[in-house]
Design a binder for this molecule. Structure first.
Ligand SMILES: *[C@@H]1O[C@H](CO)[C@@H](O)[C@H](O)[C@H]1NC(C)=O
Ligand SMILES: *[C@@H]1O[C@H](CO)[C@@H](O)[C@H](O)[C@H]1NC(C)=O
Ligand SMILES: *[C@@H]1O[C@H](CO)[C@@H](O)[C@H](O)[C@H]1NC(C)=O
Ligand SMILES: *[C@@H]1O[C@H](CO)[C@@H](O)[C@H](O)[C@H]1NC(C)=O
Ligand SMILES: *[C@@H]1O[C@H](CO)[C@@H](O)[C@H](O)[C@H]1NC(C)=O
Ligand SMILES: *[C@@H]1O[C@H](CO)[C@@H](O)[C@H](O)[C@H]1NC(C)=O
Length: 584
């Protein structure tokens, strides 16, 4: 019989309560907000209707306590950056204040909430929880390229909004990028289309139902005043969840479709979107363009790392097509790529530097070792179902590149003090990964750009994250490839990537590990349909001692490129900017 483990009781469970909580069943302020919104024509729904609907859910002390206690245990026992985030000095391009996530959550426990929505809004602003995201809100006007010279009141506004509201990067200019319209590659259509950006498209209720703009048009002396309403909120897909049986509250709003007032881009045949760049080939993650005015230059767009292994063959086909067309210079465009498969993130730089390609496809890492992690790992050794805390899936760096033959990784932790806090960590390790077959690299060696740093450029933005960030890191720091980062603010720093130094997991995964190990999970299921994501493993730049996530210097690109009215609307224009700056 399997040994019975004592359930792990986190202190938070015992002490947690809403000490000044409102009465458990405060009456809703809007008698029938749900009925009202249901009776409305789809186009008549306003921000206020949604706020009324959300606010009508009474605050329930028990439900909220369960949510908060689960979150506190998750972050105390499994989150990897509790200590690093306390760092008092952020250096450029970062500008963060220290964050004490545990203290922040404990403060929610002492707050007097009147609605569940208010409670969840606070949580949403602190950690990644997706509750109350049933509607999205869209403006007609989407903003781009605010880096031109001149008076920039709107830019000032956007920058403070980016600083206060957006949490995607430690770099305020990368956060600014996430508010602006960008071009993203749409796989189904085979073309670049406009993503509205986080200011014009909101997943949470906007601060006001409209934005007043004052537009200064070049041919008019008087400014044009424009009030842009957030259009009737539109239903969004409910969050995926392992907890659906537990759903206490689930909105089923009226399905509706929003038409933006602007015309959609006219139908474009894939491959013919840009007159000056021919699309040669498109895989699931990579697209290959050949610049007509610069026949020596090819562009590899890699818009995601969520790929199958076959994407490596697409890469080889694309590179061979370049070679047949006598391409010698390569631009790798990683804009808008928010990650995926880490092996492919290593393959992309390696295939362009095939002679020195490098094993393995991950960076030096470590994990925080709490009592909970130790107990899971003790049961999880060599058990693929136990997920991330299985030492047999990590390389024992004291023993070549072989994986751990026992649970020493978690049983023999080391002590690290960061920002005045001491915790236990694993020794340095690497998640085990398999390398691409050697024939890919052998086949790539003869290409004219291969292993030549002068023939390769990387184009990225502050939002290239996760596996994309790893890829950009390898290009920049392992192979010394010059990088261009687009957007941000004229004259200021901009990161080449965002969250780079960690792996992210979901609460449901951890709960499931407990289940498959026959252990009692110290975290109750959250009573709402939602997921919480958190970082569980941190990585380091080669030879560095600060986790990459906080190692600001490694985020500097070689060059920053302004968005312009031309290149913000056309990738072709942007590729030409990079090629012109890089090669005669
Ligand atoms: C709802 O919208 C439809 C189509 O726009 C319109 O024909 C109808 O009169 C509207 N109903 C109400 C009650 O406003
Ligand atoms: C692309 O995706 C489709 C659908 O998921 C899949 O069937 C196909 O094998 C993928 N192609 C490559 C090259 O990975
Ligand atoms: C590539 O270069 C070779 C040798 O100079 C030439 O014969 C061939 O026509 C060129 N191919 C293309 C597509 O330009
Ligand atoms: C891991 O599990 C596999 C199959 O369950 C077994 O063959 C192998 O010997 C185990 N390895 C170790 C190091 O325990
Ligand atoms: C070191 O790795 C080898 C396989 O490469 C393995 O046989 C041996 O048990 C490992 N030693 C330790 C201490 O893990
Ligand atoms: C959990 O319990 C089940 C049923 O008793 C058993 O089949 C399974 O092997 C146990 N799993 C572990 C990891 O002990």
């Amino acid at each position: 019989m399997a040994p019975i483990f004592k359930p792990i009781l986190s202190a938070s469970l015992a002490t947690l309560a809403f000490t000044h909580a409102a009465p458990a069943h405060a009456p809703p302020t809007h008698a029938d907000a749900c009925g009202i919104i249901r009776g409305l024509n789809a186009t008549a729904i306003t921000c206020k209707h949604v706020v009324d609907l959300y606010s009508a859910i009474p605050f329930d002390n028990n439900l909220a306590s369960t949510t908060l206690s689960t979150m506190l245990t998750l972050f105390k026992d499994f989150y990897v950056f509790t200590d690093s985030a306390l760092s008092p000095t952020a250096t450029r391009p970062f500008s963060d204040d220290p964050v004490d996530i545990i203290a922040k959550m404990e403060k929610f426990g002492r707050t007097r909430y009147t609605s569940d929505y208010q409670f969840h809004t606070d949580i949403h602003n602190a950690v990644n929880i997706d509750c109350y995201l049933s509607y999205s809100f869209v403006q007609k006007l989407s903003l781009y390229a605010p880096v031109v010279d001149g008076k920039q009141d709107a830019l000032t506004y956007l920058k403070s909004y980016a600083r206060d509201v957006i949490g995607r990067s430690h770099d305020p200019n990368a956060r600014l990028n996430s508010l602006l319209a960008t071009l993203g590659f749409e796989k189904e259509k085979g073309i670049f289309t406009e993503n509205l950006g986080g200011f014009a498209l909101r997943m949470t209720v906007p601060e006001a139902p409209y934005v007043d703009y004052q537009l200064q048009c070049p041919h008019l002396t008087q400014p044009v005043n424009l009030r842009d309403d957030y259009l009737s909120p539109t239903e969004t897909a409910p969050a995926s969840s392992q907890n659906s049986a537990q759903d206490k509250i689930l909105f089923k709003p009226i399905p509706q479709i929003i038409k933006r007032a602007e015309s959609e881009p006219e139908t474009v045949t894939p491959g013919h979107q840009y007159s000056g760049a021919k699309q040669l080939l498109a895989g699931n993650a990579t697209v290959f363009y050949h610049l007509k005015d610069r026949p020596d230059t090819g562009v590899v767009v890699c818009h995601t790392f969520h790929v199958e292994e076959e994407e490596r063959d697409v890469m080889m086909e694309g590179l061979e097509a370049f070679n047949r067309r006598n391409v010698t210079n390569i631009i790798v465009d990683l804009q808008g790529n928010t990650g995926g498969y880490a092996n492919y993130a290593a393959f992309l730089p390696d295939i362009l530097f095939p002679s020195s390609h490098y094993l393995p496809g991950s960076l030096t890492s470590d994990l925080r070792v709490s009592k909970s992690v130790q107990q899971i790992s003790a049961k999880g050794y060599n058990n693929s179902q136990s997920g991330f805390f299985d030492a047999s899936s990590f390389i024992n760096m004291n023993n070549g590149s072989s994986v751990y033959q026992n649970n020493d990784l978690f049983d023999k932790p080391v002590t690290i003090t960061r920002n005045g806090r001491t915790n236990l960590w694993t020794e340095k390790t690497q998640p085990y990964s398999t390398e691409a077959p050697a024939n890919y690299f052998a086949d790539a060696v003869p290409f004219p750009w291969s292993d030549k740093v002068n023939n390769i450029r990387v184009l990225t933005d502050g939002l290239c994250g996760s596996a994309c960030a790893m890829s950009a890191y390898y290009f920049a720091h392992r192979y010394n490839v010059p990088t261009y980062s687009t957007g941000g603010t004229h004259g200021e720093d901009l990161s080449m990537f965002s969250f780079a130094g960690a792996s992210v997991a979901e609460l449901g995964k951890v709960q499931n590990w407990y289940k498959t190990s026959n252990m009692t999970c110290p975290m109750a299921e959250i009573p709402y349909r939602s997921t919480i994501t958190f970082s569980w493993l941190e990585t380091y730049g080669e030879g560095r001692s600060t986790p990459l996530e906080y190692d600001a210097e490694l985020y500097w690109p070689t060059y920053r490129l302004d968005y312009t009215p031309a290149n913000a609307h056309s990738r072709e224009a942007m590729w030409k900017d990079v090629a012109a700056a890089s090669w005669k």
